[in-house]
Design a protein around this ligand. Structure first.
Ligand code: CO
Ligand code: ZN
Length: 330
């Protein structure tokens, strides 16, 4: 499991540039599913046939990132945001651009007080070690995308890495597919590895329209509330995957929530009920597709989401796989 997560973390894939992640997932699943295809919008759809209701399980392939907006006369890059960056943590980050170029983020510090007072994205720049504008232009272009440089670390139970959002959800989906027992599959299940979640749940919007499932579940990260003196969120690392009740975008469908709780109780899988006030997932788009889809979410509580060092618990990941597997099987 951890090797799988590490491989996924190391794959380059900010929103709209998910190809490397897609290729990796394809190679993991080709022999394990009834059909695997790419849709028009770029989502990867892996079909596991079952005789029952249609189920869509979504995990997003894309991560947050930066995009080059301008190259100045000395070769410094100005950047825009791909998704919601936490700009107070941007200075000091190493950036990896799509063609292997690396850079370091700094900011306009007129008073030399080492303090990021103005967090407008326009105030930051990336130093790629280019000694002139011409040299920088050989390395990157306007529109080149970058990510927090992959950097995977595992203690005995926990992982620290950028892009756990949402490669950890991709890992849960992949591992669930590998663990499913063909004869026991209940739902006719479409695993969709979506694109462009971080810029407005777009891949989920198009894929849920095409597939139009009876039930939709997203796999994603959610905020943990177990760090010192933090905003109170009733979720802790290591206490089980979360079953979403509500987030910043949706109230999950009671049916899905209750079914997941039923399975967790029956199989003795630890779980936490999730209510968070900010952020949402692919399930937000599914829920209001066409005449509506019964939608919910299984999440992994994660610290410091959208920074270069997200922290999650491997036990929660394994229990999420277990919960989803038992949900899909009879
Ligand atoms: Co995110
Ligand atoms: Zn996410």
């Amino acid at each position: 499991m951890e090797q799988l997560i590490e491989k996924l973390i190391n794959a380059f894939g900010p929103s709209s540039k998910e190809e490397a992640v897609k290729e990796l997932i394809k190679s993991e699943l080709e022999q394990k599913v009834d059909e695997i295809r790419e849709d028009k919008f770029g989502n990867l759809v892996a079909h596991v046939e079952g005789s029952g209701e249609k189920l869509l399980v979504a995990a997003h392939m894309d991560s947050i990132g930066v995009i080059v907006t301008d190259i100045d006369k000395n070769g410094f890059l100005r950047i825009g945001e791909i998704g919601g960056l936490r700009k107070s943590f941007l200075v000091g980050q190493r950036i990896l651009f799509e063609n292997g170029i690396e850079g370091f983020v700094y900011y306009e510090d007129k008073e030399s007080n080492w303090e990021v007072k103005d967090q407008k994205i326009e105030k930051f720049f990336v130093d790629i070690g280019a000694y002139s504008k011409a040299k920088a232009k050989e390395l990157v272009q306007i529109g080149t995308e970058g990510i927090y440089k992959p950097n995977f670390y595992k203690s005995d139970r926990r992982i620290i890495a950028p892009s756990l959002d949402d490669r950890i959800g991709c890992a849960v989906a992949i591992q669930t597919i590998k663990n499913l027992k063909k004869k026991k599959i209940k739902y006719n299940t479409y695993f969709v590895f979506t694109v462009q979640e971080e810029v407005g749940v777009k891949g989920s919007r198009t894929s849920s329209y095409e597939i139009y499932p009876d039930i939709g579940i997203s796999l994603d990260v959610t905020d943990a509330g177990d760090t010192p003196e933090t905003y109170p969120v009733s979720l802790n690392l290591g206490e089980g995957p979360t079953i979403k009740v509500m987030d910043g975008g949706m109230i999950s469908s009671k049916y899905v929530r209750d079914e997941l709780i039923k399975v967790a109780k029956k199989e003795n899988i630890p779980y936490q009920l999730e209510v968070i006030s900010k952020g949402t997932t692919d399930a937000y788009a599914m829920q209001t597709t066409k005449a509506g889809v019964l939608s919910g979410s299984i999440s992994i509580s994660t610290r410091y989401i959208h920074t270069g060092g997200e922290v999650a618990d491997l036990g929660d990941v394994e229990n999420a796989v277990n919960l989803l597997k038992n949900f899909i099987e009879k």
